[in-house]
Design a protein around this ligand. Structure first.
Ligand code: C2E
Ligand code: MG
Ligand code: MG
Length: 709
């Protein structure tokens, strides 16, 4: 474990500094102790010295004075023998190193020796001068000797004196001995001291170590573990273990507060996740959650022999529910659909599938059969089939039966794609193909579909500017009055001559133009061209004088611009009378925004333009709708007309539409009349107008003028 500059490092530093200071203090103390010992030794030596010299002095003074008194007579009579006896007696005294009797001039008379070698010689030692000149007892000393001299007198006559030298050698020897003993003792005391200090230091170091351990255990370790846990939590792992603590101190509080914080963050995270990962309406997993699950599954599956299927489901014509019954109903439908899908999945594949809502009316199912060797293609086909069947049943919404369906695209992993994004794109493509194939069915993804999508994209590019390049033109399909078989008008139908692909079916390119928004620029051009042509027929041909032209207008055109202003401009520009222009709207266009569209239609009709509802009967609204939307006529969809001879229901419905329309004062046009029989029966039932291949195919403008001529 590296020693970061953390708490432990700081504590180690502090402890180091403390130990260092202690060592310095101890060293200073030891030094001081040595000095004190030396001082004690010298002081004791001094006092010992003083004591010894005082003893010598007081004893010596008495002894020398006494001896001087006994010397008076012998000196007066100059009795050398007696003097010698007294001097030798002095010399025998302890510590006496010399004893000298001298005359008044300071010359040696006797020094205690037998031959008195120094007799008559003046004393020349350093003390001599003071000895001779002193008038009473005089003491002098140096390091080795204490010199005591007493003058000897008789009456006022000075005879000489006695001086005795006391050696200090024994005193010094005593001092040395005692000094040495003292030194030893002091040293011993010092050693004891040192031992104590050593023990003290050891105890302090031990205490520091214990403190460090305690700190490590009770502060650093919990804080470290909290730090680790915090990092774990930060990385999203809320299982991070927080040291459990029953401690009643601040660290304990911190640990408990941390654990609470972790729990609340985890709870918060769960809530946020739940919100972020579930669809609030249906409670299903949402796009985000699904994407994560898918990534995870693909990751687990890659390399393994297992397969995954993705089912993209989209409710057919869901928008119409929203538009006609309202958004509440739309939500209701979504909920019912999701619960039905859940039931089907539950019953068919159980836990092998994950259902998610992708937003809007899109649902996605991830299927991964758990049984080994299960044929994924067959399993997903069975599931898709069951879903299509179940969701094709009517549902009750706001007291109404609503018929919807579902289109499903199925794509397989790893067969169709190697990653999640492509897989999802494929599912979308396959679903779209199911829609194109007529909805309420399912399709497996195939590579050919990719090409279809590509074609669509290319078509959109090619369609841009096609009108300006002259690739787009109008065909006219004649419309006849059934009562007398007279030609009364024509429907303008857009044609596209692609430079490479030749003529493209309107069912293909109109759809592309609608979805890409190109129709908003093409539409007005169609309107202008059709009006020009119609005005020309009226001008140039007697048979065309009363002809009307009927123009298809897409829902997008209605929403985008003010159609009535556009129509007004075109009519003024071309000089066509308003009643000779018919606008064909599909039901979906009308249904979306009823109030606005009704107002728009009212404006058009007030201007004299006729409005027809195209493909009537295929839509959703039913006859009741006609009461609310002001139109001049309905065009019965050719799917009804096709079966009018065979299917009594279709005939009944057609008859009902005609009767109903007439009761409302609006006209009826029959589309797709391909047989004479159809024509006859429609005439019999009182239908007003008709168009169809039997009456006349859509033709070029040139051919149409030929017809008029
Ligand atoms: P629609 O308005 O219902 O047009 C009638 C369609 O029925 C035309 O198809 C016409 O060729 C076809 N038709 C006519 N008589 C018969 C018949 O006897 N039997 C059969 N089976 N079909 C017949 P087309 O020309 O392919 O147009 C398809 C749709 O494209 C049109 O349906 C219309 O909704 C749309 N469309 C055409 N031109 C325009 C346009 O300029 N603008 C807009 N917004 N849509 C257009
Ligand atoms: Mg039409
Ligand atoms: Mg039609």
């Amino acid at each position: 474990m590296s020693l970061r500059y953390g708490l432990r490092a700081k504590f180690a530093l502090l402890a180091g500094i403390a130990i260092l200071i202690t060592i310095v203090v101890v060293a200073a103390m030891l030094h001081r102790q040595g000095a004190t010992q030396r001082e004690v030794q010298s002081l004791s030596r001094q006092s010992m010295h003083a004591l010894a010299s005082n003893r010598i002095l007081s004893h010596g003074q008495g002894a020398v004075t006494q001896a001087a008194d006994t010397l008076v007579n012998p000196l007066y009579y100059f009795d050398l023998d007696a003097i010698g006896g007294i001097v030798r007696n002095q010399l025998r005294q302890p510590d006496v190193s010399y004893a000298i009797v001298y005359d008044a001039e300071g010359r040696v008379i006797h020094d205690g020796s037998s031959d008195i070698a120094t007799y008559g010689q003046p004393m020349a030692d350093p003390f001599a001068y003071e000895v001779v000149s002193a008038n009473e007892l005089h003491v002098q000393s140096d390091a080795e000797v204490v010199d005591i001299s007493v003058p000897i007198r008789i009456a006022d006559q000075r005879l000489g004196g006695l001086r005795v030298g006391y050696s200090l050698a024994s005193v010094k020897a005593d001092e040395d001995r005692i000094g040495a003993t003292l030194g030893e003792r002091l040293e011993e005391v010092g050693r004891k001291h040192l031992l104590w200090i050593g023990m003290l230091l050891t105890v302090i170091a031990g205490l520091i170590a214990i403190l460090a351990l305690y700190l490590q255990h009770s502060v650093v370790k919990p804080i470290r573990r909290l730090g680790d846990a915090a990092r774990q939590i930060e990385s999203g792992d809320f299982e991070a273990r927080v040291p459990s603590s029953a401690r009643r101190d601040e660290i304990g509080d911190l640990v408990r507060a941390f654990a609470h914080m972790r729990d609340s963050i985890a709870r918060h995270d769960r809530d946020v996740r739940r919100m972020a990962y579930t669809d609030s309406l249906t409670g299903l997993a949402n796009r985000l959650a699904f994407r994560e699950i898918l990534d995870q599954r693909l990751f687990e599956t890659s390399g393994a022999a297992r397969q995954v299927a993705l089912l993209f489901a989209d409710i057919d014509d869901f928008k119409r529910v929203n538009d006609t019954i309202g958004h509440d109903a739309g939500d209701e439908v979504l909920m019912q659909f999701s619960s039905r899908m859940r039931d089907v999945i539950e019953a068919r594949v159980g836990d092998d599938a994950v259902l998610a809502r992708f937003g809007g009316d899109e649902f996605v199912i991830l299927l991964q059969p758990s049984g080994d060797g299960a044929d994924i293609r067959e399993a997903s086909a069975r599931l898709a089939e069951a879903l299509v069947e179940e969701l094709g049943r009517p549902i009750m919404v706001h007291g109404r039966h609503v018929f919807l369906g579902i289109s499903i695209g199925v794509t397989l992993y790893p067969e169709d794609a190697s990653n999640a994004s492509t897989l999802m794109k494929n599912g979308d493509i396959a679903m779209y193909q199911a829609k194109v194939a007529g909805k309420n069915c399912f399709r497996f993804y195939s590579r050919a579909m990719d090409q279809a999508v590509e074609r669509r994209v290319r078509m959109e590019q090619d369609l841009r500017g096609a009108w300006e390049r002259g690739e787009l033109s109008l065909a006219y399909q004649p419309i006849f009055r059934l009562a007398d078989g007279k030609l009364v008008g024509a429907e303008a139908l857009l044609r596209w001559q692609h430079p490479e692909q030749g003529s493209v079916s309107p069912s293909l390119f109109i759809d592309v133009a609608e979805q890409s928004g190109l129709i908003e620029t093409i539409g007005p051009q169609v309107l202008r061209a059709a009006c020009f042509d119609a005005r020309r027929w009226q001008r140039d041909f007697p048979a065309g004088r009363e002809l009307f032209v009927s123009v298809n207008v897409s829902p997008r055109q209605l929403r985008a611009a003010d159609l009535s202003a556009q129509v007004h401009d075109v009519l003024r520009e071309t000089g066509l009378a308003p009643q000779h222009l018919h606008i064909e709207l599909t039901e979906t266009a009308v249904i979306g925004d009823e109030a606005r569209v009704s107002a728009l239609l009212a404006r058009l009709r007030n201007a004299g333009v006729k409005v027809w509802l195209d493909d009537f009967g295929t839509g959703f609204s039913g006859l009741s709708h006609l009461r609310r939307v002001p139109v001049d006529g309905v065009k019965i969809d050719r799917s009804f007309i096709a079966d009018v001879l065979r299917d009594p229901d279709d005939l009944a419905l057609t008859t009902a539409i005609i009767a109903m329309a007439h009761s409302l004062g609006i006209h009826v046009v029959a589309e797709g009349v391909e047989k004479e029989g159809q024509y006859a029966i429609l005439r019999e039932r009182g239908c007003d107008l008709a168009q169809g291949f039997w009456l006349g195919h859509p033709m070029t403008s040139h051919d149409f003028t030929g017809l008029l001529a």
